[in-house]
Design a protein around this ligand. Structure first.
Ligand SMILES: [Zn+2]
Length: 108
């Protein structure tokens, strides 16, 4: 578990690029919790901007998607390797929104 966690952390750190600080913690249900922080941006309350998602591969993708969108919005000159996931991240965002719209308009 520990070796797997640090291996994933190294891989995610490499993908997220130099602006990111990636931490993977092991949650209460022994699941991985992914946390990607921006080393340059501060959100409200002087805490670093971060995406925080529990879960296995789904959690990793969700956190990395948020990070990709953050880079595109705030650091457009970044060339982090994860930006190659931008089209896939946009596709997933689009699908989530379509599902939410469908759930809202579905009559019971
Ligand atoms: Zn930032």
């Amino acid at each position: 578990m520990v070796a797997s966690r640090s291996a994933r952390e190294r891989k995610a750190t490499a993908q997220a690029g130099p602006l990111a600080q990636v931490r993977i913690e092991v949650g209460a249900q022994e699941q991985f919790v992914y946390k990607i922080s921006c080393t340059q941006c501060r959100a409200k309350g002087h805490r670093p901007w971060s995406a925080y998602r529990p879960g296995a591969d789904n959690g990793f993708m969700a956190a990395m998607d948020r990070w990709v969108f953050h880079l595109r919005e705030k650091h457009p000159s970044s060339d982090a390797p994860c930006l190659e996931f931008l089209p896939a991240a946009e596709q997933r965002l689009h699908e989530r929104r379509a599902q939410q719209d469908a759930a809202r308009t579905r009559p019971d």
